[in-house]
Structures are given as structure tokens and as C-alpha cells.
Design a protein around this ligand. Structure first.
Ligand code: PSV
Ligand code: MN
Ligand code: MN
Length: 386
């Protein structure tokens, strides 16, 4: 295979998981702007996700969030996905939207609240069994707002105990992805604030526990690609929640704020043999003011473009320049790849996959947007938190 053929083959095999919640209404704490045609159920979210996959060819799985996507029959939901060329992906737990969780969930000082939270996580594993999902994604809103509010170390002990119970329930092929976040909703301490804390817990649990990097969950200026390189080197990078941010956890379209950072991250993924290795590429975004399906298509394309550039890095030339201590030469190799216009290459890849080379234009022509506005009348639109 020529090098270009290998790059094309890798791009065709890429899989970007889209989040069910991105198809529903979302907003900030100030306002949720409802959009016409938005899904009213998990079934309709999958119908929309099928459009993203149909036009991009690389978005075959959809992440669910429980209880936002609670249904009576998960096997039927999995069949609904299959009928549309999709599979159900990661199951995201939710231990942050119940009144009981005011002081935390698995780290709460009251054992009864911790039990409730762990039972929810175990229920999520039951759902994974029914949907055939590989990954359970855990993000905990747990933390404190004031110094002295609770014992920082005791909270870590409670977390470890809860994680161990859930880990013990995982099947052979199932994984637990632990997501960290610097702050919010807790403002003083967060119980899983950084990759080091997540990694320490995963290390104790075992190989099925992996760290998930949400690109919006760091302090400004954090070198995320260094974290990626380190976790890959340690065999503990479970996946990404991709999105972009200007200020905090903005959940904007990936590659919109800083496409160069996305390239640098993907370069480390490629360098660390993390591409096609089980590292999950997921989106975790909210489209508050823009049309949702085209925004998700755009996001998938942004990931593809950054991946194509990362795959085009001349690794041999880079290694030579690095070995020779050629600082500017090495930097130039990386920048050459980043500055390559990969859009013609991706158009070719899509044509070879039997797709329209311009997914956004093809979607706009398809009539789907008009169809859902006309058909989805009555009922309650799905929204963040419902
Ligand atoms: C928390 O901010 C988070 O990134 C977690 O992944 C949640 O499950 C998700 O957002 C909800 O959008
Ligand atoms: Mn996330
Ligand atoms: Mn987030």
C-alpha cells in the first residue's frame, strides 16, 4: 500500500461517536432556545444520528445518557439503531440531576445516597448488557463549595469504594471510562478534577478502567496533548469527549475554537498508536443556537480534517530532525502537515466510500430538515436534562 492509500484507508476506518443529547435542545443556565423539528424521544434522536452517519460515513455509533434516554426496551432501541445502520455506543451515567445529590453522589457523606448512586451505575451496566455497549462513561459532579465542607480524603475513599463495586460488575469485554473535570458544578474541590486523580483510581481498579479526556475540562493553557501522550504511553487512554471551548466547559463544536490544538492532540494519538486501537472518539457537545444536525456533521468533518493532517505528518523526517536537534526543521515538519489543505483528500475519500464529497450540502439538499419540522409536531422535545 502506498502511504497515501494507507492514509485513506485509515480515514475510511475512522469512527466518531455522536452524543444523543446533542440532537436535543440545550442551552445555558440563562435560556434554552427550543428549535423546530428537534427529536421527542431517543428513537427520534437515532433517526437524526442516522443522517449524520449517512452523509459522513464515519459516525456509526451513538452515545446514550441515562436517564435522558431511558426506554422500556433497550434491545428494541438497539434494533432501531441497527435498522438505520447504527449501533448504540457508550452509556453515560447521570448522578448529577437528582435532589439527593446536593452534596455529591458516590462521594456523598450519607451512605444511603452513595447506595442510590452506585445502584444507578449498576443499572447502567445492565443497560450495556442489553444494548451491547462496550463502554460505561462516568463523570461525577461531586465536590465541595467551601473549605472544610467535607473531608477531601474521605471523599476519595468513598469514590474508590463505589468504583470498585461497579468495576466488579463489568463483563469481560466492557470498560469503565472515568472522566475528569477541573470544576463545575463544584467550585472549591472537585473529587475527580484532573487526569492524575482519574489515572490513580483506574490504576488501582485494573485494565478495564481507563481515563477519558474531555477537551473542555482543563484550565486554560493546559497542554492536553501531553496528557494524551502520557495516558497512551501508560495504556490508559480510554477515549475523548471532543468539543471546543474559549472559556470553561463551553461544549462548542470540536475544532471550532482551536483546530491547531485538535491537530496536536491527534498527532499524539497517531504517534502513540492510539488510532484504531480502541481509543473512543466521542463528541460531547451542545448546539444551543445553531442547527443541530449540520453542526454535528461539521464537527465530525473537523475531526476528520485534523486526523487527516495528523496522518500526513512525515514521521521519518520528524524523527530525523528531532535526532539531529534541528528545532526549526522538526517544527516545520509538523507545521507542513498542519498547513496542508486536506479537504480535497477528504472529498476523494468520501467519493471512494460512495458518499457525496460535500456532506453539508448533501444534507441540506436531502430535505430531512424540512421533514422533521413538518412531522415532529406535538409531544415534548428532548432537551438537556429531560
Ligand atoms: C460534564 O461536563 C460532561 O462533560 C459529562 O461528560 C457529562 O456526562 C456531559 O458533560 C453531559 O453533557
Ligand atoms: Mn464530557
Ligand atoms: Mn463537560
Amino acid at each position: 500500500m502506498t502511504e497515501l492509500a494507507a492514509v485513506k484507508a485509515a480515514l475510511k476506518s475512522q469512527a466518531v461517536e455522536t452524543p444523543s443529547w446533542a440532537y436535543g435542545n440545550s442551552g445555558t443556565r440563562f435560556k434554552v432556545f427550543a428549535q423546530q423539528g428537534v427529536p421527542r424521544s431517543p428513537w427520534e434522536k437515532l433517526d437524526d444520528a442516522a443522517q449524520v452517519h449517512a452523509f459522513t460515513g464515519v459516525a456509526p455509533t451513538v452515545a446514550l445518557h441515562i436517564p435522558w434516554d431511558r426506554v422500556d426496551d433497550y434491545a428494541a432501541l438497539a434494533r432501531h439503531a441497527e435498522d438505520r445502520g447504527l449501533r448504540l455506543g457508550t452509556i453515560n451515567s447521570n448522578t448529577f440531576q437528582d435532589d439527593a445529590y446536593r452534596l455529591g453522589s458516590v462521594c456523598h457523606p450519607d451512605a444511603a445516597v452513595r447506595r442510590k448512586a452506585v445502584d444507578h451505575l449498576l443499572e447502567c451496566v445492565d443497560i450495556m448488557d442489553a444494548t451491547g455497549s462496550r463502554d460505561l462513561k462516568l463523570w461525577f459532579a461531586d465536590g465541595t463549595n467551601y473549605p472544610g465542607q467535607d473531608d477531601i480524603r474521605a471523599r476519595q475513599d468513598r469514590l474508590a469504594e463505589a468504583l470498585a463495586e461497579v468495576y466488579g460488575r463489568l463483563g469481560e469485554e466492557q470498560r469503565m471510562l472515568l472522566e475528569y473535570k477541573l470544576f463545575e458544578p463544584a467550585f472549591y474541590t472537585t473529587d475527580v478534577p484532573d487526569w492524575g486523580t482519574a489515572y490513580a483510581h483506574c490504576l488501582k481498579l485494573g485494565p478495564k478502567a481507563q481515563v477519558v479526556v474531555d477537551t473542555g475540562h482543563h484550565a486554560p493553557g493546559t497542554n492536553i496533548e501531553f496528557i494524551v501522550a502520557t495516558l497512551l504511553r501508560e495504556g490508559r487512554l480510554g477515549g475523548f469527549d471532543f468539543n471546543s471551548r474559549f472559556y470553561a466547559d463551553d461544549d462548542l463544536m470540536v475544532g471550532a475554537a482551536d483546530p491547531f490544538q485538535l491537530f496536536r492532540i491527534l498527532h499524539e494519538v497517531v504517534r502513540g498508536d492510539g488510532f484504531g486501537s480502541g481509543v473512543a472518539f466521542m463528541l460531547d457537545q451542545c448546539h444551543n443556537i445553531e442547527a443541530k444536525i449540520p453542526a454535528i456533521i461539521r464537527s465530525v468533518m473537523n475531526v476528520q480534517e485534523a486526523t487527516a493532517k495528523a496522518l500526513l505528518v512525515d514521521r521519518a523526517a520528524l524523527a530525523d530532525a528531532q535526532a539531529a536537534g534541528d528545532v526549526l526543521g522538526a517544527n516545520a515538519v509538523l507545521m507542513d502537515a498542519y498547513n496542508t489543505d486536506v479537504r480535497p483528500l477528504l472529498r476523494e475519500v468520501r467519493e471512494e466510500m460512495g458518499l457525496d464529497p460535500d456532506p453539508l450540502a448533501a444534507y441540506a439538499r436531502s430535505g430531512w430538515a424540512e421533514k422533521i419540522v413538518a412531522e415532529r409536531v406535538g409531544g415534548e422535545q428532548a432537551g438537556w436534562g429531560a
